[in-house]
Design a protein around this ligand. Structure first.
Ligand code: ATP
Ligand code: MG
Length: 416
């Protein structure tokens, strides 16, 4: 992609109300644009990052054998009344023609349960698992911290249905493993800890996936031996490590990037969803739900991977693998850079080419640091005179000079 063609470019100053690193850097970088409190536009570069995070999650959910669907944003309020959730404080309500009462979904238990009931009747249909990646809407009293707490935000939600407790437990553990694979692939492997939290009325615990980070709203009590934690809400009744019983837990700040729940029969009973066993008798169905905060993860990555110059994207989610910069208006430079750009396009390397004629070298370098792509390759009159191109990894402090004849090979090695 030519940077000159991207309509949303970098801006020098962050909005005055940017209250966090992710809001500041993502806005300055032209990744997102604030519509109103807790609601953002995803601009071309930001959408690429969001899509990459979604696709990593999608691959891991597909590997679990789950079905992907897309459920509606809008639903009749009646569905929420059936499960007793129509009065929850964060739910947005609307009135349709003829006074029909509607809600904008804050989660999809009240949609998925009756939906699955239409198709699954017998023990042969279970277990089954369905997920989607979609925006959720919550009337949060305090939308804040950029993408970390929105009123409209992107989530992956998975739901599973089981005939037996044993089957449910096995699946619940498989999902935990899949979640850790997701966080690992996003570069957060050593940051995310499994956290025991309150399970609400129906089960003893739920499990959160907490990314350790200073700006986090949550406090978790961490066991340094097991990298398992206990959430603040249950620390009074459970003040030791659930894995090794270690009583020395350390309070640390964290961002909740996932949450999984044992719902037992809370929704399946409400919607009278049962299955027929081998003898034809109707039996209760056990349900689990499993969320990942996709847009919150994008904000979390920026909170964790940045320096005073800008973002440092993990390779797996960087909007492009390579930032090609042509310095100056020298014809030989432009010819060399253009030729390299065309070759990279042909070999399917994701490249952002800063071809602007109205930006100085200093501006282009500052923008490259702000945008945070993993590798910057600079071609200038000076490098051409030496027969080299300048390579600089975003995470490294020094640049390297690579002979022009090795440039393609080096890029192939580093960007695939
Ligand atoms: P929180 O405790 O942060 O309010 P939650 O427990 O209500 O979140 P879930 O309903 O379990 O959240 O949603 C699944 C995931 O969606 C959460 O783990 C979190 O990563 C993300 N998420 C929840 N609320 C928001 C929000 N307002 N903005 C962005 N992401 C969110
Ligand atoms: Mg939670």
């Amino acid at each position: 992609m030519r940077y000159s063609r991207i309509f949303a470019k970098t801006t020098k100053s962050a909005p005055a109300d940017a209250d966090s690193k992710n809001a500041e850097l993502l806005t300055k970088g032209g990744f997102i644009n604030k519509q109103m409190a807790g609601v953002y536009n995803y601009l071309p570069l930001g959408l690429r990052v969001l899509t990459k995070i979604q696709n990593i999650i999608r691959e891991e959910m597909n590997a679990l054998g789950a079905n992907e669907v897309l459920m509606p944003t809008l639903t009749q309020e009646e569905n929420y009344a059936i499960s007793g959730q129509d009065a929850i404080d964060i739910l947005f309500h609307l009135t349709g023609h003829g006074g029909s009462k509607l809600v904008i979904n804050q989660s999809h238990e009240n949609v998925i349960t009756p939906l699955v009931k239409t198709y699954a009747f017998s023990y042969r249909d279970l277990p089954l698992a369905v997920y989607q990646i979609q925006n959720k809407f919550r009337n949060e009293p305090r939308a804040k911290s950029g993408l970390l707490r929105g009123r409209e935000f992107n989530m992956k939600d998975l739901y599973s249905f089981h005939a037996t407790e044993t089957d449910f437990k096995k699946y619940y553990e498989t999902v935990q493993t899949a979640y850790f694979k997701v966080y690992e692939r996003l570069g957060l492997g050593d940051r995310v800890v499994l956290t025991y939290a309150s399970g609400g009325v129906f089960s003893r615990y739920s499990h959160e996936f907490q990314a350790l980070c200073e700006i986090g709203e949550d406090t978790v009590y961490l066991c340094s031996k097991c990298r398992v934690a206990v959430n603040k809400e249950i620390i009074d009744e459970h003040n030791f490590c659930p894995t090794c019983q270690n009583p020395n837990l350390t309070p640390v700040k964290a961002i909740e990037v996932g949450n999984i729940f044992d719902l037992k029969t809370r929704f399946t009973d409400a919607f009278k969803f049962k299955y027929a066993d081998e003898s034809g008798a109707l039996q209760p169905i056990l349900m689990g739900c499993y969320g990942i905060g996709v847009s919150r993860l994008m904000g979390t990555l920026v909170e964790i991977f940045n320096d005073d110059k800008g973002i440092i994207w993990p390779r797996s989610v960087a909007p492009y693998a390579l930032h090609l910069v042509a310095v100056g208006s020298d014809e030989a430079v432009l010819r060399e850079a253009e030729q390299l750009y065309q070759q990279l396009l042909g070999s399917k390397i994701e490249v952002l080419y800063d071809d602007r004629s109205n930006a100085s070298a200093g501006e282009k370098f500052a923008d490259a640091d702000l945008l945070g792509l993993p590798l910057r390759v600079v071609i200038s009159k000076r490098t051409l005179e030496k027969g080299v191109a300048e390579f600089k990894e975003r995470s490294a402090s020094e640049a390297e000079l690579i002979p022009l004849q090795n440039v393609r090979h080096e890029i192939d090695q580093r960007c695939r």
